[in-house]
Design a protein. Structure first.
Length: 226
C-alpha cells in the first residue's frame, strides 16, 4: 500500500469518530466512516422491504448501494442515499442496531470490502470502524484501537443523540450498546478485536485533547511536514 492509512477501531461510543476526524483534519487525509456503509445498507434494505437476515438480498443491496458523501465547507458531511439526505436517519440507535445485524453476514462484508478500500487515496486516509486494522487495511501504517467502559460509552452516545435532536434513554442505551458490542465481538467474520499490531488507547477518563495528543504521538512521521 503506497498511501498512508491510519485505522481507528473500537466499540461504539468510544470516541472513534471524534479522534478520527481530528486526525484526518490534522494530516489533511481523507476519512472513511465505514459504519455509515453498514447503516446505509440496513436502511436501504428495510426501505425495500428486504428481511435483514436474507444474506443474498442484503449483499446485493450493499453491492449496488447508491451513496454520496457530500462535504461542505464547514467540514459537515451530508450522506445521500439514492439522492435523498439520510444523514440523520442513519444516526439513530435503531439504525446502529440494524447495521450490526447486516454486519454479521459474510456476503455483506465481502460486498463492502472494495468500496472501503477505494477510499485510500493520496495524500492518505483515516479509517474508522471495527475491522479496519484486522481486515480492510491490514497493512495500515498506524493502527489504533480505542476502548472505554460501557457506562462511559452510553453517556457519550446519549449526549451525541440529544445534541442531534434525536430521542434517547440512558438506561436503554447501555443495554443496546452492550448487545450491539456482543454481536460485533462474537460474529465469525471480522469480529471486533484489536489487530495484533494495534495500539490500544483507553479513553474512559480522559479528555478528547489528551487522547488526540497520544494518538498523534503514534502517528509521527506518517505525512511529510506534520
Ligand atoms: O460505527 P457505527 O456505530 O456507525 O457502526 C454501526 C455498526 O456497523 C456496528 O455496530 C457494526 O456492527 C457495523 N460495523 C462493522 N464493521 C465496521 C464498521 C461498522 O461491522 N468496520
Amino acid at each position: 500500500m503506497t498511501v498512508p492509512v491510519i485505522t481507528v477501531d473500537g466499540p461504539s461510543g468510544v470516541g472513534k469518530g471524534t479522534i478520527s476526524h481530528l486526525l484526518a483534519q490534522h494530516f489533511g487525509f481523507h476519512f472513511l466512516d465505514s459504519g455509515a456503509l453498514y447503516r446505509l445498507t440496513a436502511l436501504a434494505a428495510l426501505r425495500r422491504g428486504v428481511d435483514l437476515t436474507d444474506e443474498g438480498a442484503v449483499a446485493a443491496i450493499a453491492t449496488n448501494l447508491d451513496v454520496v458523501f457530500l462535504h461542505d465547507s464547514s467540514g459537515e458531511v451530508k450522506i445521500l442515499l439514492e439522492n435523498q439526505d439520510v444523514s440523520l436517519d442513519i444516526r439513530t440507535e435503531k439504525a446502529g442496531n440494524n447495521a450490526s445485524k447486516v454486519a454479521v453476514l459474510p456476503a455483506v462484508r465481502a460486498a463492502l470490502l472494495q468500496r472501503q478500500r477505494d477510499f485510500a487515496e493520496a495524500p492518505g486516509l483515516v479509517a474508522d470502524g471495527r475491522d479496519m486494522g484486522t481486515t480492510v487495511f491490514s497493512q495500515a501504517s498506524v493502527k489504533l484501537f480505542l476502548t472505554a467502559s460501557a457506562e462511559v460509552r452510553a453517556e457519550r452516545r446519549y449526549k451525541q443523540l440529544i445534541e442531534k435532536g434525536l430521542d434517547a434513554n440512558l438506561r436503554g442505551l447501555i443495554e443496546e450498546i452492550e448487545q450491539r458490542d456482543e454481536r460485533d465481538r462474537s460474529r465469525s467474520t471480522s469480529p471486533l478485536r484489536p489487530a495484533d499490531d494495534a495500539i490500544t488507547l483507553d479513553t474512559s477518563n480522559r479528555s478528547i485533547e489528551e487522547v488526540f495528543a497520544e494518538a498523534l504521538n503514534h502517528c509521527e512521521g506518517i505525512a511529510p511536514g506534520h
